[in-house]
Design a protein around this ligand. Structure first.
Ligand code: FAD
Length: 391
């Protein structure tokens, strides 16, 4: 099998890249180790920055998002039983975000790829990337019980944090920057209309909580829990009771309860792999970097990477110049580090780490109070949340 761009992974990064290349007249093959149903059901991100929504529209993948997605013009910060709304358009010159689940983004892109794009092979597991530093990189993969080879001009590893692409970059050329956090998020999906019309980020002495939504009838809520927590150890009632405590306000706001349909625990990690390119192998999305979900940046970073790659390869095909491909890693990393900083700031602003002192508690409250009382501090948060520009 032969193609111009071999794409490993059909998450948001790989699927969008295939679409962008198709629109630019460049052929690709996507290899995905899981089956279609699994990829379409995997619950993860749900906030699209304005730039991400614009890219999906321009790629011809935004129709259902514009019909069913929920435009959000702000978030609420909750601390000390107080509520403070951050108004994005007023602070950023009109920017907003879109609530539209990653599962739906993937479904839309898969349908388009199967109808109009190049091959998208499910249950095709990449085993290794070979000859990455040459002009003819290859992906060895297993599909329908047989081993095969995909010969490429370029390979893009969009295979997430646990993928194989990153391993093809020699360790001596690599630097890894990493932080793990001593807590995770217990996330639930519940069949109940969201109790607030925008996301609520709550800082509480018992830990962080987030109220978000997937649709007007489905809520997505999270609780900070100790690292290594088993989701099954929490009964539904315990979860609702704890959410209620952490979202408490001085007014008569109420949290509506409903049947919980899914429970899982997500660990929190910051991770950056540098460089994101080795010869003709490029890394994109979670394959190269992870952010804790507090800043809602993971999916949006993946989109930024593949937009940068598609633009660079199109430039190369049109002009013969490798200049943008050569700058790929540096261009992406500038935006990635801004998102790493923002996600770290949001995480340390709102979570309570084990062993936190009274002094640190007071500092956290002072940071929140500063955001609630200074337009400059609030603007910084709004700009970060609605998204840093693509390189
Ligand atoms: C549990 C969880 C919850 C999250 N929640 C949020 C959130 O609330 N907000 C937020 O902004 N972000 C969240 N994220 C992060 C966000 O979902 C990711 O940043 C985003 O999925 C990145 O997209 P990606 O395409 O780079 O990687 P992925 O979505 O991980 O896609 C990688 C794909 O590659 C496939 N693959 C892996 N190995 C191989 C192989 N060897 N061969 C072929 N295919 C392979 C995988 O099956 C997968 O389909 C969450 C992540 C996780 C894991």
């Amino acid at each position: 099998m032969r193609t111009t761009v071999g794409i490993i992974g059909a998450g948001p990064a790989g699927l969008l890249l295939a679409r962008l290349l198709h629109n630019a007249g460049i052929d690709s093959v996507v290899l995905e180790s899981r089956d279609r149903a699994y990829v379409e059901r995997r619950q993860r991100a749900g906030i699209l920055e304005q730039g991400t929504a614009d890219v999906l529209r321009a790629a011809g993948a935004g129709q259902r998002m514009d019909r069913e997605g929920l435009r959000h013009d702000g978030i609420e910060l909750r601390f000390d039983r107080r509520r403070h709304r951050v108004d994005f358009p007023a602070l950023t010159g009109g920017r907003s975000v879109m609530v539209y689940a990653q599962t739906e983004v993937c479904k839309d892109l898969i349908a388009l790829q199967l109808a109009e794009g190049g091959p998208l092979l499910f249950e095709a597991e990449a085993l290794a990337v070979e000859d990455a530093a040459t002009d003819a990189p290859r992906v060895r993969f297993r599909h329908q019980g047989r081993e095969d080879v995909l010969e490429c001009e370029y390979v893009v590893g969009c295979d997430g944090f646990w993928g194989v692409a990153r391993k093809a970059i020699p360790a001596e050329l690599t630097q890894v920057f990493e932080r793990t956090y001593p807590f995770g998020w217990l996330g639930i999906l519940a069949d109940v209309p969201p109790s607030h019309n925008e996301l609520v980020y709550a800082r509480h002495d018992r830990g962080f909580a987030l109220l978000s939504m997937r649709s007007p009838s489905v809520s997505r809520l999270y609780l900070q829990v100790p690292d290594g927590t088993d989701a099954g150890a929490w009964s539904d009632e315990e979860i609702w009771d704890e959410l209620e405590r952490r979202f408490e306000t001085a007014d008569d706001w109420r949290l509506e309860r409903g049947p919980i349909t899914q429970k899982s625990v997500t660990p929190m990690r910051s991770y950056v792999h540098e460089p994101m390119r080795h010869g003709r192998l490029f890394l994109a999305g979670d394959a190269a970097h992870i952010v804790p979900p507090t800043g809602a940046k993971g999916l949006n970073l993946a989109v930024g990477d593949v937009v940068t790659f598609a633009r660079a390869l199109t430039h190369r095909k049109a002009t013969g110049s490798p200049e943008l491909l050569d700058a790929y890693s540096e261009t992406c990393l500038r935006r990635i580090w801004q998102a790493e900083r923002f996600s770290y700031d949001m995480t340390t602003l709102l979570h309570r780490a084990p062993g936190t002192t009274g002094f640190e508690d007071r500092l956290q409250l002072a940071r929140l109070d500063r955001i609630a009382s200074s337009r400059a501090a609030e603007t910084d948060l709004a700009e970060g949340y609605t998204g840093f520009p693509f390189g």
